[in-house]
Ligand binder design. Structure first.
Ligand SMILES: Nc1ncnc2c1ncn2[C@@H]1O[C@H](COP(=O)(O)OP(=O)(O)OP(=O)(O)O)[C@@H](O)[C@H]1O
Ligand SMILES: [Mg+2]
Length: 331
């Protein structure tokens, strides 16, 4: 078996002329986290539903752990864990009872199910809350219980649909650490959907950016950003300098392009931003327009999205705007 997940040309139409998937293809290897990144309505959950045998595609083919999702859905279900976008835990039952019941559903004996539940409660830091109804859990605890429920039967392939949506930064960071561990120590293949650029950047070894039911580009986060060729260089003055003098100074510098002067600020792209900054500062000094500050920023996933989807991620998804801004500045 080549890949843990293989999907080729998936198409899914919904009534009312909605083309949820329009020829989507992805592969995920063992021990790999593939991040499916896209705005609301891009088709992420539909992809997960097809791969987890809950929805039939109109066209295309998919296999999970070597089993065809259309021909052998029973086998697929046995080897996958699913954490859907909406919590699957019974809110009235305790965390422990949720886990034991899940084990029994997968055919475990009572003692075995209780042992597995105890293991997972410990692993996910839910021991103290194990006896309380799930509805009393915080958002982060609830999501950890959801992931634990998906792991009861020791799946080979895990689907996480927006595992950290609505979590505070601390709960999100601890979920990231746990997910990374599942791919590392447990060698699970994980397909993770998210509309958080920062999450995709941190967690996914490989990213597939989905827009309007298709993968528009895929690769490692660094490779995708690297393809944009060049860093952003920003320069500031205390007062706006004469623009022609700035342009004349920078036009001659090799490796610096797309210079945009806007009052007391300038932005440009450079192949190697760190190397370009001293040259830029020296050229401005010589031209009699010395700068007050200069910074270099690596291209962000937002820049990648802009390039391939033709619009800013933030515009495609208003709800993700705050995260987008934070992620854009960080790397
Ligand atoms: N059962 C359904 N009936 C009709 N349309 C649907 C159904 N499920 C999904 N869609 C539509 O298909 C498209 C893709 O939806 P999907 O849930 O896969 O997006 P998503 O990427 O998961 O979005 P989100 O980030 O909001 O979860 C959307 O336009 C959605 O409205
Ligand atoms: Mg979704």
């Amino acid at each position: 078996m080549a890949h843990a997940i293989e999907a080729e040309g998936l198409v899914k139409n919904y009534p009312g002329d909605v083309r949820a998937l329009d020829g989507l293809s992805v592969t995920v290897g063992r021990g790999e986290i593939l991040g499916l990144l896209g705005p609301n309505g891009a088709g992420k959950s539909t992809t997960v539903k097809i791969l987890t045998t809950l929805v039939r595609p109109d066209a295309g083919a998919a296999a999970v752990a070597g089993h065809d999702v259309l021909r052998r859905p029973d086998r697929v279900r046995r080897v996958i864990g699913v954490v859907s976008q909406r919590s699957g835990a019974d809110p009235e039952a305790s965390g422990r009872d949720n886990l034991v019941l899940q084990g029994r559903l997968y055919g475990m004996g009572g003692a075995q199910a209780r042992r597995r539940a105890a293991e997972l409660l410990a692993r996910f830091g839910l021991e103290d809350a194990a006896g309380r109804p799930a509805k009393t859990y915080s958002g982060g605890m609830r999501r950890r219980l959801d992931v634990a429920l998906g792991l009861v039967h020791r799946p080979q392939v895990l689907f996480l649909d927006e595992p950290t949506t609505g979590l505070d930064p601390e709960a999100r960071a601890s979920m990231w650490a746990e997910i990374a561990r599942l791919a590392g120590d447990d060698a699970l293949a994980i397909l993770l959907t998210t509309h958080y650029l920062e999450e995709a950047d941190r967690l996914a070894r490989r990213l597939a950016i989905v827009d309007r039911g298709r993968v528009v580009v895929e690769g490692t986060p660094d490779a995708l950003k690297g393809e944009l060729r060049g860093d952003a260089v920003h320069v500031e003055w205390r007062e706006a300098p004469p623009e022609p003098r700035v342009r004349e100074a920078l036009d001659r510098l090799p490796g610096v392009r797309e210079v945009v002067v806007d009052g007391p600020r300038l932005s440009a792209r450079a192949d190697d931003g760190a190397a370009a900054v001293p040259a830029v500062l020296a050229a401005l000094d010589q031209a009699g327009v010395p700068a007050a500050a200069a910074t270099v920023a690596r291209p962000s996933l937002d820049d990648v999205y802009l390039r391939y989807a033709g619009r800013r991620f933030a515009h495609a998804d208003g709800a993700g705007q705050a995260e987008t801004a934070a992620a854009g500045g960080a790397r």
